[in-house]
Design a protein around this ligand. Structure first.
Ligand code: NDP
Length: 454
């Protein structure tokens, strides 16, 4: 009889952990999983899912404005934050239950407890129970990071808290220029909050193509968000009527807000996990070090998802989790390609990308062909908005392979998923050109760009 309680023990029931546990169980492994909070992890509880529900809500007032151009007049929308928040929470709780059921129905034992590594093959749960496992997977994710030295730090709200605010703010300051800052600025603004965003860089969304960064910033401003770049928060002081923020930008006077959202990044959630006693090492960013098979510096201990700080996206964690399970219990040694991973920022307007930015492509290819299209979407022709849709293709001039694609405009994410399949298969510009468009749609522009940028 085995001296192990489990073949595979997973710490953290988020996207990566749940997928790994279910895959391993389906392959015949005896699997246990520990979760200290809610099943589904960041994505289901304080990330992708509730965020997208909020994005939907915040788009309705804008849609109602556009509707006027089509002869439909709606009364000024009245927004009930408590209703949105609580209905969202009900939906999240429903998903928590589904996740647990999926695990149980796959034969995985669920432990509602915090787990700590005692060695590379043993964990201790917060209930005191000790479990020995042949293989252990760390899939604990990340958590919001706030600057340590800010005066008035205690008055900051992080992105997790945004989903449970007691009251919806009338005036909000968003600090940061990444995914979360940009998405929440759109949500707040769309739902009627006077929204200011400050970012320390020149343009929002560092790491994205400069052409889309500039255009997104303009569109967000046109929708009513005050965007101040090259600006840092210096302090927050509580007043009788709100929170007074001061900035390092001399052109920006102190201002009062009801809420200051600090979206300055996330960090791997590795505290008190017992990593040291198991021999699991961190890199200099605080992320767990793994080799190409996701094995940590401790034999038998693996890690996937946001705790690696590699590509912190739900579908990537899912793929990594599945890969580890198949590796251990089906003997499959596949590798995950991190090229051509499509992703979307649910900003307003939406941004979706796949592959390289023009700047990144220039570092890899001697010559590029750039195709771009900028147009007024049909919806806005009667809707009356001046917002434009922007698309860009980055093509390796020698092989003619499309190595980068991006769309800034409504439904960008829905468009990009299909193009990502083609790009992963190595599609060339000629393949795009040979594809017939769907008319009338914005997406058809992706296959009808004929003129190279000079
Ligand atoms: P990001 O890394 O995307 O952005 C962090 C932002 O904070 C950057 O603009 C950064 O500026 C700024 N910043 C960092 N430190 C400071 C500081 N000390 N003072 C002022 N500004 C600072 O992190 P997010 O928290 O927005 O998102 C975390 C990750 O979660 C994302 O990278 C993404 O992978 C994932 N995510 C994905 C979503 C999606 O798929 N739609 C949605 C939300 C999150 P600078 O650029 O100058 O460094």
């Amino acid at each position: 009889m085995s001296s192990f309680d489990y073949d595979f023990f997973v710490i953290g029931a988020g996207s990566g952990g749940v997928r790994a546990a279910r895959t391993a169980a389906a392959l015949g492994a005896k699997v246990g999983i520990a979760e200290e909070k809610h099943y589904g992890g960041t994505c289901v509880n304080v990330g992708c899912v509730p965020k997208k529900l909020f994005v939907y809500a915040s788009q309705f007032p804008h849609q109602a404005q556009l509707a006027a151009g089509f002869g439909l007049q709606f009364a000024k929308p009245e927004f009930d934050w408590a209703s949105l928040r609580d209905r969202k929470t009900q939906e999240v709780e429903r998903l928590n239950g589904i996740y647990q059921n999926l695990l149980r129905n796959s034969g995985v034992d669920c432990f509602n407890a915090r787990a700590q590594l005692l060695s590379n093959q043993e964990v201790e749960l917060s209930t005191g129970q000790r479990i020995r496992a042949k293989h252990i997977l760390i899939a604990v994710g990340g958590k919001p990071w706030l600057p340590d030295d800010l005066l008035g730090r205690e008055h900051l709200t992080n992105s997790d808290q945004m989903f449970y605010l007691p009251q919806f703010p009338k005036r909000a300051l968003v600090v940061g220029g990444g995914y979360i800052a940009v998405e929440f600025a759109g949500i707040l603004n769309g739902l009627g909050c006077e929204t200011t965003l400050i970012h320390r860089g020149d343009y929002l969304l560092r790491g994205f193509d400069l052409d889309v960064r500039q255009r997104l910033q303009q569109s967000m401003q046109a929708r009513g968000i005050r965007v101040n770049t090259q600006t840092q928060l210096q302090s927050i002081v509580k007043s009788d009527s709100g929170l007074v923020a001061s900035f390092n930008n001399s052109e920006l006077a102190d201002q009062e807000f009801d809420l200051v959202l600090c979206a300055t990044g996330r960090m791997p959630y590795t505290q008190d996990l017992g990593l040291e006693q198991a021999g699991v090492e961190l890199d200099d960013r605080g992320a767990i070090k793994v080799d190409e098979r996701y094995q940590t510096t401790a034999t038998n201990v693996y890690a996937v998802g946001d705790v690696l700080e590699r590509v912190t996206l739900t579908p990537v964690a899912l793929a990594e989790g599945m890969l580890v399970a198949r590796q251990l219990f089906a003997g499959q040694e596949q590798k995950l390609s991190y090229d051509f991973i499509p992703s979307a920022v649910f900003s307003q307007p939406e941004l979706a990308v796949c592959g390289l930015t023009e700047e990144q492509a220039l570092e890899q290819y001697p010559e590029l062909d750039i195709y771009q299209s900028e147009f007024k979407p049909m919806l806005h022709s009667l809707g009356g908005s001046d917002e434009r849709c922007y698309m860009k293709l980055v093509v390796d001039a020698v092989s003619q392979r499309v190595v980068g694609a991006m769309v800034l405009g409504e439904h960008a994410a829905e468009m990009m998923q299909g193009f990502a399949v083609a790009m992963n298969m190595g599609a060339t510009k000629a393949d795009f050109d040979a594809t017939i468009g769907i008319h009338p749609s914005a997406a058809e522009e992706m296959v009808t760009m004929r003129t190279k940028r000079q």
